[in-house]
Every structure is written in C-alpha cells, then in structure tokens.
Design a protein around this ligand. Sequence first.
Ligand SMILES: Nc1ncnc2c1ncn2[C@@H]1O[C@H](COP(=O)(O)OP(=O)(O)O)[C@@H](O)[C@H]1O
Ligand SMILES: [Mg+2]
Length: 238
Amino acid sequence: MDNSVLIEAQGASLIYRDGERVVRAVDSVSLQVRPSEFVGIVGPSGSGKSSLLYLLSGLKLPTHGAVRYRGRCYTEASDAERSAMRRERFGFVFQQPYLLGYLTVLENVVVGAPDVRAYRERALWLLEQLGLADKAHRYPPALSGGERQRACVARALLLEPEVIFADEPTAALDQQTGLHVLDLLEQHRGNGAVVLVTHDPLMLRYCDTVYKLRSGQVEAVESAPAKPFVRTDSPPTP
Ligand SMILES: Nc1ncnc2c1ncn2[C@@H]1O[C@H](COP(=O)(O)OP(=O)(O)O)[C@@H](O)[C@H]1O
Ligand SMILES: [Mg+2]
C-alpha cells in the first residue's frame, strides 16, 4: 500500500435521483489527500462541495467509481466498519453546528472520547484557544451560533483525528474568529490532514492544494509550493 496517500477518489460520482430529476452532484472526481495535507475545496453553491466531502469521509458511497481510505474501499466496508472509521479516525465540522442540548459545552466536546476524564484537560485547552473558556459549563442554547460552531471545532480536534473534514466551518463566524479557527486547523495538521470546504478565499491561505469544483467536476487544481511544517506549540494530550 502507498503510505503517502491517505484518501483516494478514483472517478468517483454521486448521483442523486429526486423523482424524475437526476442530479450529478459529484461527477467523476479523482483526487488524493496525503497525510498532513491541507486541502481546500471551493466552488459556487450547488457545485457539489458538501457531496464530495461526504464521499471522501465515507458518509455517502459513490454511485460510480471508488473512494479509499488507506487503501480500504468504503464500498467494500460494512456500515459498522465505516462508522468506526469515522468515529476513531475522522473529525467533522459541519456547516450547521450540532451539539447535544442537554450536555454542557465541555461535555459535548468530550462526549466521543474513549476516556472522558483523560481528555478533559485537552478539551478545556481547546475551548480556551477558541475563546470559549468561560462558556465551558454552559448549555448550547445559551451560546451564539458562532460560539456553537467553535465548540464543534473543539470537539472535532479533541482526539487528534487523522483527517478533519470541515464544511464551511467559518461561515457563521466574524472574520477574526474565522481566522482563529483556521489557525487551529493549521496547527492540527501536524497530526493529520484537513479537508476544508469554503467559498471564502481568505480561508484558503494554508491550503497545499485547492480543488475548484463546478457542476460536480474538478475545474482546476492549484498547488501551493511545498512548505515545511513546523509545530509551534505542544497542546496537552492525555
Ligand atoms: N439529498 C439530495 N437529493 C437530491 N439532490 C441533492 C441532494 N443533496 C444535494 N443535492 C443537489 O446536488 C448538488 C450539489 O449539492 P451540494 O453538494 O450540497 O453542493 P454545495 O455544497 O457545493 O453547495 C446540488 O444541485 C443540490 O441541489
Ligand atoms: Mg454545501
């Protein structure tokens, strides 16, 4: 197996059938995500960005072509295997922040951890980094949309996943907070890759590779010159 490739899409398509209507949301996309790579996916609304993210993360299976994670084809894996992969190896930040209303912010951040106590300190550190230290013991309904989104970012980063999939994670944030979230994603890539969907060119500053989508197809690929990764801090890990 080629260890320099984490995720590979080969001629992957996702076709939705909506009554009579057939929508080619993703149309024969081939791309690779490497370990520690920061990948951007851009394109107009409806160009298939979210659908491509679902394919790359195994949330949806391609109707044609193949998507593999470390050589394992999602289509050949059972639902249980795919959900275990997502739980153990991936972190997600969706466009709509989703938190459990009956848990505090801190509890929401650690809820997926194998050992909740062991990860408490790292969760508090992440919340502090995201400007939410004083909100850790509040419940999500008492937070603004932007604060909820940042809590979701902390949750996605908690277990230092191999890949973070982020779908417009900064859309609900003011520019300064958005850039701060981006900095945290950039710090993360010492541990794993980042796949970021955005329509904001400012958010592409750390991307190694940017795929431009149009009507489900890759219209252009832009690569930044390779730069060495330098870790600037050492966040607490259990
Ligand atoms: N569940 C669905 N059923 C039918 N069509 C869908 C569904 N989800 C998305 N689409 C269509 O697929 C296309 C791509 O959608 P999407 O991946 O959400 O694009 P983007 O994230 O770039 O806005 C759009 O035309 C959208 O209307
Ligand atoms: Mg979308």
